[in-house]
Design a protein around this ligand. Sequence first.
Ligand code: UDP
Length: 240
Amino acid sequence: MSLKKQLINEQGIRTDGRGIDDLRPIKITLGYLAHANGSVLYEQGKNKILAAVFGPSEVHPKHAELPDRAILRVRYRMAPFSTEERKSPAPTRREIELSMVIRNALESVVLTELFPRTAIDIFIEVLQADAGTRVAGVTAAALALADAGIPMKGITAGCAVGKVDGKIVCDLNDIEDKEGEADMPIVYIPTLGKISLLQMDGLMTQEEFKQALSKAINSAMKVYQLQVNALKTKYIKVER
Ligand code: UDP
């Protein structure tokens, strides 16, 4: 019989030293790539995610263009060296599905109707993964879109919450994601007060779900504040 590993100690401290509501340290480096219209290196704990935006540009093949708006094309990939066990370089079903899930989350904010018959390409490359990469990917994509000057109704800010050792905790790391009781990634759009992605694996009671949702929105607001600060630092120059 294998004993379940304790992930939160009696003092409420998690395996990486955080309290139950703490996020991992976040670092945002805007304009990380020279050849993209917008880009960012987004680090959240051990997660290292590169997002690059190209466009709006002409659509190839032509028949894929839409007369009234731009198409968003999202590619989420994990590098073969991003995980503890090397991942096959071939795209997995998970990566293809997550590309679609992320595109749906972004479509609710990008003002695609301003750029008919064009394509906006968003690449999300996970260089190092430690759980929560889909929401970190959406967070990074919003930053890269803003860096590319693409108009949006708001910025998507993501964070996962979950249930670990019976407690609702914020921003799960890999071991908490794998060994915890539930994992719930969400993406929130503070300017609209709306959620554009919500998924859940595992079991929670209705009460726990309510608590998780409220903690997820609080966490996303912390992420949003950091996104805004990074954009202001790069784009708002103080006149002297
Ligand atoms: N993971 C992995 N290999 C894979 C897919 C995922 O090691 O092929 C790890 C990685 O750390 C990832 C975590 O499992 O961040 C959780 O994956 P999940 O599918 O829940 O997506 P995420 O939480 O990253 O959005």
